[in-house]
Design a protein. Structure first.
Length: 213
């Protein structure tokens, strides 16, 4: 959006204002917002990179305790992975509906996305509680410490994502598909798909490789 801005330095007095030059200043708040959010995602990448490295170093230090092959329930984790993958697909449907200015359809797909996110968190909490109940809490070994740190940090991000999604749904319901809300939809889309990519890495590096002897 372009805005004509009067240059006060060129201003004269009284009727001389008619001869003042004008300068066109471009305003693209969406560009700054998306750039800032990309920078945030890059910083988040560094956090997860450190956690992955820590797990790579500590993931075989069992301290006489159980290993991943003894603890991990792959069918359960695969189901949880499916929930998160499906949530990314439904969020994509929400974005397509928003581009067609269909507010109701957008809200419906966002609601489905949120339900998949909650299902993912519910199964992850069940896994954590089960491991702790079995005596495999984060204090049991370096392997479990790094496991809980990596998977728990990802789960915390998903929790924030669900809270953000619900907040955005309230804003969309009140104000519609405004320019600001469309930017927020795009930012949350990048965040949600980013978490999906991180989880694929967790599923492969932690769970699949963890069950190998």
């Amino acid at each position: 959006m372009s805005e004509l801005v009067l240059d006060p330095a060129k201003a004269g007095a009284h009727g001389a204002q008619d001869d003042m030059p004008f300068h066109v200043r471009e305003h693209h708040p969406e560009n700054g917002t998306l750039l800032g959010f990309w920078l945030y995602l890059m910083s988040d990448c560094l956090i997860f990179a450190v956690l992955f490295i820590a797990y790579a170093v500590l993931g075989r230090n069992f301290a006489g305790g159980p290993s991943g092959a003894e603890l991990f329930d792959l069918p359960l984790v695969a189901l949880n992975t499916g929930f998160l993958l499906l949530s990314s697909i439904t969020y994509g449907f929400a974005m397509l509906a928003s581009q067609r200015a269909k507010l109701g359809t957008t809200l419906a797909w966002l609601a489905v996305t949120g339900l998949f996110g909650l299902a993912f968190l519910g199964l992850e909490m069940y896994e954590f509680v089960h491991l702790i109940h079995e005596g495999a809490g984060p204090q049991r070994s370096a392997f479990l410490t790094s496991f809980f740190a990596l998977v728990g940090t990802h789960g915390l991000h998903v929790t924030f994502g669900v809270i953000w999604l619900v907040t955005l749904m309230v804003q969309l319901n009140r104000h519609g598909l405004t320019e600001a809300n469309t930017r927020r939809l795009m930012c949350l889309s990048m965040f949600w798909h980013f978490l999906d990519v991180i989880w694929i890495g967790v599923f492969t590096f932690v769970y699949l490789m963890g069950v190998l002897p």
